[in-house]
Ligand binder design. Structure first.
Ligand code: NAP
Length: 293
């Protein structure tokens, strides 16, 4: 069985690594803050002391960390993946980061005979746990085929868009679509609640019609409860909107809805809610509407 390294065991990475191990791959893992591998030991996952050691033992190395500088650090920092990986190794980056930086990282890795496949994911923390993620892939066709069995252990929909970086572009599109998606559900629920309707009844009824969405089905409950346990952090979505807005500016696309949501998320972060789930955008609408926020 292929030896797979896994760098980054946060909300997403830990669940994805578990599914790769359950699929029968030999998984070795590393996380910056120690202690995160413990929960995976019963699945046969072993721990590497640093990314270089992780990569030295692996044919495929999956990275799932927060932001562009973090991926750069894990790849090229002291004892980074590039320092340990043998030529022929493929790095699969499942983090959501800048497409242009991804292309630059691929070129730097290629100098050492290492390939990069960008494979950001969507489907939420639930999708990561259940192995039902949608994976948005960019890379050379032969590299994508080699890593496909590992991707199939983490997700059910795998779409190869084109050369390296194109998975990250598709992910930016996803983050633009969900930006106003969360805001719309928050607005509709505030209207329902203040008008005196039973919001849960509204969600059930609307879920059978045109307004049905993953966000309505899976995140409306949090907005109704005004309680936002972590799935996907506001701060991470704000990071993704920065990527999408930079790309839009670069290629001449106007994204007024995403710009608005970015400003609202800046307000949430300034008020100390950046580590909450993205559904806490409802706090903004509740606050503007004179409801408890
Ligand atoms: P998370 O729970 O905050 O975990 C972040 C992980 O990145 C942790 O393992 C963290 O290590 C590691 N990390 C951050 N900076 C690092 C650095 N400089 N060097 C080494 N490790 C570093 O985040 P997440 O929700 O798993 O998200 C991970 C990625 O997936 C992000 O790009 C996010 O946008 C994307 N994503 C998330 C979701 C979601 O629903 N959560 C959905 C789709 C995509 P420590 O433990 O040491 O902090």
């Amino acid at each position: 069985m292929t030896a797979v390294g896994f760098a980054g065991l946060g909300t997403m990475g830990a669940a994805m690594a578990a599914n790769v191990a359950r699929a029968g791959f030999h998984v070795r893992a590393w996380n910056r803050t120690p202690g995160r591998v413990a929960a995976l030991l019963e699945l046969g996952v072993t721990e590497a002391p640093d990314p270089a050691a992780l990569a030295a033992d692996a044919e495929i190395v999956v990275v799932c960390v927060s932001d562009t500088p973090d991926v750069e650090q894990v790849l090229f920092g002291d004892r980074g993946i590039a320092a340990g990986a043998r030529p022929g190794t493929i790095v699969v980056d499942c983090s959501t980061i800048s497409p242009s930086a991804t292309r630059a990282f691929a070129a730097r890795l290629a100098a050492g005979g290492i390939s990069l496949v960008d494979a950001p994911v969507t489907g939420g923390s639930e999708g990561a746990r259940k192995g039902t993620l949608s994976i948005l892939v960019g890379g050379a066709p032969e590299d994508v085929e080699r890593v496909r069995p590992v991707l199939a252990a983490m997700g059910t929909t795998i779409t190869h868009f084109g050369p390296v970086g194109s998975g990250q572009v598709a992910k930016a599109v996803n983050q633009v679509v969900i930006a106003t998606g969360y805001l719309s559900v928050a607005e509709g629920l505030a209207l329902a609640m203040k008008a005196g309707l039973d919001p849960e009844q509204v969600v059930t009824a609307l879920s059978g019609g045109v307004a049905a969405s993953w966000i309505l089905a899976n995140r409306s409950g949090r907005m109704i409860e005004n309680d936002y346990p972590l799935g996907f952090k506001v701060a991470l979505h704000r990071k993704d909107l920065a990527i999408a807005l930079a790309l839009a500016r670069e290629i001449g696309v106007s994204l007024p809805g995403s710009s608005l949501v970015a400003a609202l998320e800046d307000g949430l972060i300034a008020r100390g809610h950046g580590e909450e789930d993205q559904s806490s955008i409802a706090r903004v609408i509740r606050g503007l509407s004179g409801m408890e926020d």
